[in-house]
Design a protein around this ligand. Structure first.
Ligand code: SAH
Length: 491
């Protein structure tokens, strides 16, 4: 048994005392909020409890599962009174899968919460004055902060008209079930794989492709990879569907280079999967949970499929990062281009540029654009995509944005606009520092995480920029993810 630092030998650390609830206790609470992870927020005598699957407006009974000094967790045991926005989740495996968190919530309520969530983060973490969301008297500039600045406008989120079947890529883990090879999702909190017939946020084409490929793999007697033993052939099936061209890609991730019945496999997929243009194998023998291995081979067809966002065409290879919701991506990037307010004369930097998606949009409207990205393959894709679209005023570099931007600065690149689209952890502090030194007229911040966004906006504000407006876009309906595009100008 471990020794607890202060409590002496053999005693488990004691739980905080003096709390209004204890583990195992059954409580009833009104749910007053929702966390970023999708847990309902309840309060018992001022103490905060997170209750999974509970929604704002619900009154629930729950068993307290754990308590800490400032909050605890509880498991819902009964719905005492349902929120008027509560719905039956249409997906039969909603509870077990965990891929979506909000299917049981009316879509309009999801959208209201996402906008509010952005505004709350800007105010709480970013310490920014935010205009009232209800369009009240003070909205749009009336409600000045103490220093006289107009408040930040958080626009209503752009939702989807039809918020289902939007994903253009499916990544399906393969395992062994009762009837042999299965593929679907990891059961929450385990490495067991549950078979999945349908996924309502997947494009129908992907759902069909996955079903066909699983059936073919079974008919060829393929075994499923087993994490525990490191044996078995098939680890993952990845399928993509390009909405604009109808092209499909199938990637089999295998535990080794050997692929029995390869010709039959290719023949059957070509016969049964409409629009298939690319069949690839990726070899991953590592024990890690990373999906892809280093080696990708084309089994048949092209190494890429082509998709379009707006009037730009993209080549997408097996491992390329490409936004998964094509309809909403176009709307998000349109906001980015709009906030960049380009006349065709500007020099623009796109940090965290991926395969050049935003960069190429910007290139059409500016004099010269520089894209930087840390993954070398993505930059190869970006260059190829520039040529594909006959775009010659875009320059791409591999490296960390916080390293490459100072180099460009030393070479005399003076951007009028800097666009950033960082991963969830936000911008590197060194990059923010360089941006402040480069002093572009405008900054456009595309963010997939409102809390790191708010943190970074505070730094940019303190460094001489003013946040003007925020356009949230619902890229991932029925999940708690919130994406937004922000415009800043130099004071
Ligand atoms: N703008 C692109 C990609 C956004 S995702 C699009 O919309 O498609 C964020 C990208 O940042 C990823 O491609 C990731 O590889 C890259 N990245 C992560 N850390 C980075 C860093 N320090 N410097 C440059 N790029 C980085």
């Amino acid at each position: 048994m471990r020794h607890n630092k202060r409590g002496g030998a053999g005693r488990a650390p004691s739980r905080p005392t003096g709390l209004p609830v204890d583990v195992g206790q059954s409580i009833v609470t009104d749910i007053v909020g929702l966390t970023h992870e999708g847990e309902g927020v309840g309060r018992v005598d001022g103490y905060t409890l997170f209750v999974s699957q509970a929604l704002p407006g619900d009154k629930v009974r729950a068993d307290v599962a754990s308590v800490g000094k400032s909050f605890g967790r509880a498991r819902m045991t009964a719905l005492v009174e349902a929120s008027p926005d509560r719905r039956g989740a249409p997906c039969p495996i909603f509870d077990a899968c965990g891929g979506c968190q909000l299917q049981h919530w009316d879509y309009a309520a999801q959208l209201r919460w996402k906008r509010q969530h952005v505004a709350d983060n800007l105010a709480r973490i970013g310490k920014l004055p935010v205009a009232p969301l209800d369009g009240g008297a003070a909205a749009g500039g009336g409600d000045s902060a103490p220093d006289g600045r107009p408040p930040v406008v958080v626009h209503p989120i752009i939702g989807m008209d039809e918020p289902w079947r939007y994903r253009n890529k499916a990544q399906v883990p393969i395992g062994t079930g009762e009837g042999g090879l299965v593929g679907g999702f990891y059961e929450q909190g385990s490495h067991d794989i549950v078979d999945m017939e349908a996924c309502l946020i997947q494009q129908q084409e992907n759902e069909d492709t996955v079903r066909i490929v699983k059936a073919i793999a079974r008919s060829l007697g393929y075994s499923a990879y087993d994490r525990a033993t490191g044996r078995g052939l098939l680890r993952h099936v990845i399928v993509r569907h390009a909405e604009a061209t109808g092209q499909r890609m199938v990637v089999l991730i295998t535990n080794g280079r050997d692929l029995p019945h390869r010709d039959e496999l290719v023949g059957l997929i070509r016969e049964q999967v409409p629009g298939v243009e690319s069949i690839c194998q990726n070899v991953n023998t590592a024990a890690s949970s990373l999906v892809f291995g280093e080696e990708t081979r084309v089994l048949w067809g092209s190494d890429v499929i082509y998709d379009e966002i707006g009037d730009i065409r993209f080549a997408i290879s097996a491992r390329s990062f490409f936004q998964v919701n094509p309809i909403q991506t176009e709307r998000l990037y349109s906001s980015a281009v709009q906030y960049a307010t380009l006349t065709g004369e500007e020099t623009v930097v796109d940090a965290y540029c991926g395969i050049g998606t935003i960069t190429l949009f910007l290139a059409r409207h500016s004099r010269r654009v520089y894209g930087v990205e840390i993954v070398p393959e993505a930059i190869e894709d970006a260059k190829r995509n520039a040529l594909l679209n006959d775009i010659h005023n875009a320059e791409f570099a591999v490296g960390a944005a916080e390293v490459v931007l100072p180099r460009w600065q030393a070479e005399g690149v003076t951007p009028d606009v800097i666009v950033v689209d960082p991963p969830r952890k936000g911008c590197d502090p060194a990059l923010l520092e360089t941006m402040l030194q480069l002093k572009p007229e405008r900054i456009v911040y595309v963010s997939c995480n409102p809390s790191t966004l708010a943190r970074d906006l505070r730094i940019l504000e303190d460094g001489g920029y003013r946040t003007i407006e925020v356009q949230p876009v619902d890229m991932f309906p029925h999940t708690t993810h919130v994406e937004c595009c922000v415009s800043l100008i130099r004071k």
